[in-house]
Design a protein around this ligand. Sequence first.
Ligand code: GDP
Ligand code: MG
Length: 428
Amino acid sequence: MVMKIAFIGAQTGDEGKGVRVAYYVKKAVSKIPSQNSSVWTMRWQGGANAGHTVFCDGLKYALHQVPSGILIDGTYNIMGEGVFLEPRGIVKEIILLREKGVRIDNTNFGISSNAHVTFGYHIEMDSTSSAAMTGHTSTGRGIKPTAVDKYGRVGVRFEEFLNRDSFIEALKHRFPLGMPAQFGTYESFVDSYAEDMKVLAPFSVLQSDILNNSNFKFGFAEGAQGFQLDVDRGLYPGITSSNPSIVPFRANKIIGVVKLYASSVGGGRPFIGRMNEELETSLRDLWNERGTTTGKPRSIGWLDIVALKHAIRSCDIDSLVSTCGDRIQDLTKKGEKMRLIFGYKINGKIFTQWDKSFHRRDVLYNAEPVFEEFDSWDIFFDKEKRELTPKAFAFIERIEELTGKKFAAHGYGPGIDDVLEIEDILSE
Ligand code: GDP
Ligand code: MG
């Protein structure tokens, strides 16, 4: 039996999922004597709009489409069937990873044969229409137009992309009157991808063959964005085009990754409890809070317990893993208290639970945060005692009390091994 563990970003994305998943993948591999692909890892949704930064063995890797497990020997890494593939970006990412000495071939990397492909025309459509329509500052990577084509039944699946005749047929279906002039003819457009097809063809796999292969002992899946960007559950319309909060297989455990403050990139959604501008700017510069893929500055705020409880209930999250506890020490230096958002005050009424009215997009724009304050801390994790410092622990304990969920581990740095484990999620 494969033990399958899914990691969901419990906030607005960039919680530090990538690096924490990499920690568990490394640990799982080390538990198994045979190093020959005993662990699979997958991204199940999103596309070239996601990004994860992982520091591994002293090197910094920015992963955009390839799952972070690729950095660890003994893994097989798959881009799942719900992913949007941007072929040129993947080819580039493969080349960059290889240049850094990462092995990536068809024994450790696969792409689901039915995932949808993003093309130049999607990227062009994205840059012209997205922001204007929703106020949501899109990443401009063509994800939304690819999703629109997928649901409109005029998309192109990876296996079709790899076959010249099928690709041409699919394009005829998409553009019955001929390709838009700037993209040439059906044939020339397809042939412009010939090199990419050659590089990517060996990677096409049937996802269910991988997930059910009994050689694997562990499987790890990682949401590409956070809960609040989920197309169905998130803060519409400031959402992404897929479901980072819905795991596409029966997971043995679902872990919520929680950054101990809030950060958000892209607009079109309210951000309750955003820090005052001066504090936000100084922390953003200090922490370099910018999107891994987009480089866009992230907005920074306080941990939102109302939203976190909603994510936990919606996703059946079993336990939590915290990140960025170490960064909070900078608040102490600035003479600032640590805060969490205990409730929302809307038109004089206080909500401590998510309410159905919040799905009316104007409501949360009128919400004022109700805070609880805590002493910030100088050090999050005491390396000598291998435990949280008392002030950090008090904050963590309060989160556990309010959410009813325990932390299985705490991340205290950007490195793959910067983790204090409380409970072993890999044991049965
Ligand atoms: P993801 O999309 O959820 O994987 O997160 P990103 O990698 O896009 O963004 C998280 C950022 O925080 C990255 O720059 C990480 O290197 C960094 N990071 C993650 N965990 C920690 C942590 O515990 N402490 C600190 N200081 N940085 C962290
Ligand atoms: Mg990210």
